[in-house]
Write a protein that binds this ligand. Structure first.
Ligand code: LIP
Length: 258
């Protein structure tokens, strides 16, 4: 872990500074559409370039992949960054957004850091080291019944609305309460901290989930095999949930969380 300890400490510092940059830039600059309801602000690009440059200087042999710039550098140790997850919230002044920074070795998630600067929350985790929120250990919920659950269903234009609505109807039919927060990364982090019983989405991208996967693994949550197949390059569905409801939600959604 010694080689990773330096990367872990750098990731926490860097994500914190990147969050401060996002806060400084909020409300400034142009906003453009990448697709239906898929926004990008000047801050998304600026934050990603800031993180990429600092990591290139600190760890020049490491790879880098960002939501906005794609794969900039190759390497067996690879940083995966969503500079602002929850951009639709960010551009409207909502506090529910975060900087997501992860380090993988090939397909193995090693380090995850999420900083939500407007919420004053920093999630950190590294392989075998547990998961923390603002310095305090976090664990997935111990909920056992779907009719006692709160479930977030992520939405994007990448899958048809009828499929999204059908998923929501199936969850509601089990007596669960639904929510939709606009940031997949923070929804997954809420599962890791036990503040949410499940997060499910029909399609989500690697940069959205990379850091949260480490939090989820270290917090005891059940998670579907997002990294199998073409997940890292083309995205995949995801289900992350409290372990005791994983069989029921896996059967309902078709995504096998373990
Ligand atoms: C977000 C994703 C998620 C989706 C959100 C939002 P972005 O990404 O984490 O897939 O449910 O609506 O799109 O674009 O804010 O970084």
């Amino acid at each position: 872990m010694k080689a990773l300890q330096g990367r872990f400490e750098t990731a926490v510092t860097l994500a914190t500074e990147a969050g401060a940059l996002a806060m400084q830039m909020r409300g400034a600059g142009t906003v453009t559409l990448k697709g239906p309801q898929d926004w990008v602000t000047e801050a998304d690009g600026a934050v990603e370039r800031f993180i990429s440059a600092r990591l290139a200087a600190a760890f020049p042999s490491d790879g880098f992949q960002g939501e906005e710039g794609g794969v900039a550098r190759g390497g067996s140790l690879r940083w995966i960054v969503d500079p602002i997850d929850g951009t639709a919230n960010y551009m409207r002044g909502s506090p529910r957004f975060c900087v997501s920074l992860a380090c993988f070795e090939d397909r193995t998630p090693l380090i995850g850091v999420l900083v939500a600067p407007a919420l004053g929350e920093t999630y950190v985790a590294h392989q075998g080291g547990g998961a923390m929120l603002n310095g305090r250990p976090i664990r997935a919920a111990d909920t056992t019944a779907l009719d006692r659950c709160v479930v977030e269903v992520g939405w994007s234009h990448r899958r048809p609305n009828p499929d999204f609505l059908s998923l929501c109807e199936g969850i509601l039919a089990q007596g669960a309460r639904l929510r939709l927060g606009g940031s997949g990364a923070l929804g997954l982090a809420d599962v890791a901290s036990g503040r949410l019983d499940a997060y499910v989405e029909l399609h989500i991208n690697l940069w959205d989930v990379a850091a949260a996967l480490v939090l989820l693994a270290e917090s005891g949550a059940a998670v579907s095999p997002f990294l199998e197949g073409n997940g890292p390059t083309e995205g995949n569905p995801i289900l992350a949930c409290a372990p005791d409801i994983a069989p029921a939600l896996s059967g309902l959604t078709g995504f096998a969380a373990r």
